[in-house]
Design a protein around this ligand. Structure first.
Ligand SMILES: Nc1ncnc2c1ncn2[C@@H]1O[C@H](COP(=O)(O)OP(=O)(O)O)[C@@H](O)[C@H]1O
Ligand SMILES: [Mg+2]
Length: 303
C-alpha cells in the first residue's frame, strides 16, 4: 500500500482514521452553502498539502473534493490520506483544539507538519474573522431591537441599504457642514424651508433646536458632512450625513439613550431632545461615517 511517507505507523494512523469516518457529501447536488464551503475548504487544504509535497494534478485534487461521495471511495492511498488529514484538521478547528498540539501528535516529517500547520492556521484565521463578524452583527441586532423597544419605536437603527428609502419626496434644501458657522447657516436654511412649507412657528422653533443638535454633533464628533431636508406629504425627512468615525458600537445604547452621557466634555442632551421632538430618529453608523435621519411630523401643522 502506497503511503504519504514510508515512516508512518502507530497512534497517528488510528487518530486519522477514527476522526475521518464522517462521510463527504454526495456529488454536486450541494445541500447547503455551508456544505459547499466545507467541501471547498477541504479541497483547498488538500491542494496546499499536495503543493507542499510537489504532487502533480493538485487542481484535480481540489475539484475532486466537490464530487466525492466518501473518502473511502478514493483508491489512491496517498490521496486518501491527504483528504483524511484535511478533514481531521478542519475538525480540530471546529472543536477549538490547539492545532500545534494536535499536529505534534502526528509523526510526519517536520517540513510537512509545517505546511499542514501553516495551511490550517490560514483556515482558522479566516473562520475566526467570519465568526467575529457574525458576533458583531448579532450585537448590532440586539442593540437595534433593545433601543427600538426602549424608545417605543422612536429610535431606529438601520443599515446603509435602507437609507435611500428616506431620501424621497421633495428636496427642500441642502447644506454643507464643515465648520462652526455652518451650524447657524443650516439652522436658518431649515427654518426657511419649514416656514415656506407652511409649518407653524412653534414647530419650526422646536425642529430647529434638534437640527441644531444634530448638525453640532457633526462638527463636534465627526468630520464634515451634509444636511438635506426632504418633504414627503406631511413628513419632513431631515438627513444629516457625516464622514466621521461612527458611533462606537459597544456604547451605542449609552450614546443614544442615556441623557447626560457624552464621550466629550459636553451636556449629552442632543439625542434625548431629538427622541423627544422627532416622530422618529433613525441612525446608520459605521467606521465610514454616520447618517442621522429625523422624521418630523407636519400633520395638522402645515397650513
Ligand atoms: N455624528 C456623530 N458621529 C459619531 N459619534 C457621535 C455623533 N453624534 C453623536 N455622537 C456620539 O453620541 C454621543 C451623544 O451625543 P449627544 O447626545 O448629542 O451628546 P453630546 O454631543 O453633548 O456629547 C456623543 O458624545 C458622541 O459620542
Ligand atoms: Mg450633541
Amino acid at each position: 500500500m502506497k503511503r504519504l511517507f514510508t515512516k508512518r505507523r502507530g497512534k497517528r494512523n488510528e487518530a486519522v482514521e477514527q476522526q475521518t469516518s464522517q462521510k463527504l457529501s454526495p456529488s454536486l447536488a450541494f445541500q447547503s452553502f455551508m456544505q459547499m464551503n466545507e467541501q471547498a475548504t477541504i479541497g483547498w487544504i488538500v491542494y496546499q498539502l499536495a503543493d507542499g509535497m510537489d504532487i502533480n494534478k493538485k487542481e484535480e485534487l481540489f475539484l475532486q473534493s466537490f464530487s466525492l461521495h466518501s473518502i473511502d471511495n478514493i483508491t489512491d492511498e496517498k490521496m486518501k490520506e491527504l483528504y483524511q488529514l484535511a478533514q481531521l484538521g478542519l475538525g480540530w478547528i471546529t472543536n477549538h483544539d490547539v492545532i500545534e498540539e494536535e499536529i505534534k501528535k502526528l509523526d510526519y516529517p517536520k517540513p510537512f507538519r509545517d505546511v499542514l500547520l501553516r495551511t490550517l492556521n490560514e483556515v482558522h484565521a479566516s473562520k475566526t474573522l467570519t465568526e467575529m463578524d457574525k458576533e458583531k452583527d448579532q450585537v448590532w441586532e440586539v442593540y437595534r431591537d433593545v433601543i427600538y423597544s426602549a424608545t417605543q419605536g422612536a429610535f431606529l437603527l438601520i443599515d446603509k441599504a435602507k437609507i435611500k428609502q428616506y431620501k424621497t419626496g421633495n428636496l427642500l434644501c441642502e447644506a454643507d457642514i464643515k465648520e462652526r458657522q455652518d451650524i447657524s447657516y443650516s439652522r436658518n436654511l431649515a427654518k426657511e424651508a419649514f416656514t415656506n412649507a407652511g409649518l407653524k412657528n412653534s414647530k419650526v422653533m422646536s425642529y430647529n433646536l434638534i437640527i441644531s443638535e444634530a448638525v453640532t454633533n457633526v462638527i463636534k464628533h465627526a468630520d464634515d458632512g451634509k444636511m438635506f431636508i426632504h418633504q414627503k406629504d406631511d413628513v419632513f425627512h431631515v438627513i444629516i450625513e457625516d464622514n466621521g468615525p461612527g458611533f462606537p458600537l459597544n456604547i451605542l445604547p449609552k450614546t443614544t439613550l442615556l441623557a447626560g452621557f457624552s464621550t466629550k466634555e459636553s451636556l449629552g442632551q442632543g439625542f434625548s431632545l431629538m427622541i423627544k421632538m422627532a416622530e422618529q430618529v433613525i441612525l446608520e453608523t459605521s467606521s465610514n461615517g454616520s447618517t442621522l435621519i429625523l422624521l418630523l411630523d407636519g400633520k395638522g401643522e402645515i397650513g
